[in-house]
Ligand binder design. Structure first.
Ligand code: ATP
Length: 352
């Protein structure tokens, strides 16, 4: 028997523990069907951990989780728990930077025509991958301390050649496994940093002659996503543009509860839903667990064994099956299922 995948599970804050429980139940069910073995160890990280120990990501925990094959994360941060400078705790962003998880993969797939606000799109009619650079861009100055008396405050759009090259390459490699089309989303008509990103993109594109390319300004990309999302296969962009567009993309397929994500580096990877801790609905058992369940499927694909890839396919097929019933939805999507009931429906569909 192959050795088990070792997963560090970080349920976090708000709805994080609820969607994590549902997801681990799905993993428990799919593992024997697909033929892989896994073990998950839970760690306390987030605003709750800060209230307990004074540190949202204690050094011992940070060291321990690096010993695992992958990190599966629920959600982190609470509006009521802040640093003295007023900013929320975001250990999930710290992890991206500390573990150099430069490649944010946000797959966007429509499971049922009822779940998009756009007219005329059937299941699978919206199917794109947003690749978000996650270690630099407009987030690069986020740790700087602001002078409270300053009259001018500036943020920096930092694009390095290395950062641009590796994210663009990741996008082209992903496109090779999909429909072989990459769209660069930038603002090269206005910002020198974005013209530089486009220059690096053009250089890398030349190495992938089988992949077709487009270059689109970010404002136009926002428009095209609504008017003709089917024109996108893989989109690649800097950190902040990716942050904004990923929420817009989620809206096209049913909202934040449907949008999985993977943050991948050369050594480590963290898998988590695109949404935050949703404190407005936490503790009620009504959060949509599908984004986290689909993030676990991304993790299984990333493990890249025949059994884990089979597990990922089983999970996505089960979600597709569940969503064929228009009544099988959690409240954020107009239904009545609880978090636990949605998880159970997915598990039942796995076995069907
Ligand atoms: P962050 O900045 O940490 O990503 P956010 O401020 O964008 O978080 P979220 O926590 O993602 O906010 O919540 C945004 C809205 O989406 C809230 O109304 C929340 O209830 C809803 N929401 C988020 N996740 C889910 C979910 N899994 N199920 C149902 N509703 C959700």
């Amino acid at each position: 028997m192959a050795s088990p995948f070792r997963i560090a599970s970080l349920p976090g804050d708000g709805v994080g523990p609820e969607v994590m429980d549902a997801t681990l139940a799905v993993l428990d069910a799919v593992a024997p069907l697909a033929g892989f073995v896994y073990e998950a160890t839970s760690f306390s990280v987030g605003a709750g951990e800060y209230l307990r120990s004074g540190d949202p990501l204690p050094p011992g925990t940070f060291a321990a989780i690096q010993e695992y094959d992958a990190i599966l994360l629920g959600a982190m941060g609470l509006p009521s728990v802040r640093w003295p400078n007023g900013v929320e705790m975001t250990p999930q962003i710290d992890l991206r930077e500390k573990l150099d998880l430069y490649c944010g993969l946000r797959p966007i797939y429509l499971y049922h025509a009822d779940d998009t606000p756009l007219k005329g799109y059937e299941a699978g009619g919206i199917d794109l991958l947003l690749v978000r650079e996650s270690t630099e861009g407009l987030f690069s100055g986020r740790g700087e301390v602001r002078d409270p008396d300053a009259d001018v405050v500036e943020d920096r759009m930092r694009i390095t050649r290395r950062g641009a090259d590796r994210i663009v390459r990741a996008a082209f490699r992903a496109a090779m496994k999909r429909r072989k089309h990459v769209t660069l989303v930038d603002k090269a008509n206005v910002l020198p940093s974005m013209a530089f990103l486009r220059q690096v993109f053009d250089q890398v594109a030349a190495e992938f002659p089988d992949v077709a390319t487009d270059r689109v300004y970010v404002d136009a990309a926002a428009l095209y996503l609504v008017r003709r999302p089917e024109s996108f296969d893989v989109m690649v962009t800097e950190n902040m543009f990716g942050d904004i567009l990923s929420d817009q993309c989620a809206a096209l397929i049913g909202g934040m509860g449907m949008a999985p994500s993977a943050d991948i580096g050369d050594r480590f990877a963290v898998f988590q839903p695109s949404h935050g801790s949703a404190p407005d609905i936490a503790g009620q058992g009504i959060a949509n667990p599908v984004a986290t369940v689909l993030s676990a499927a991304e993790m299984l694909d990333w493990f890249d064994t025949a059994a884990s890839r089979a597990g990922a396919s089983c999970i996505r097929a089960a979600v597709r099956k569940v969503f064929q019933d228009p009544g099988a939805r959690t409240r954020d999507m107009g239904g009545k299922l609880s978090t636990q009931q949605m998880g159970a429906a997915i598990i039942a569909a796995l076995a069907a």
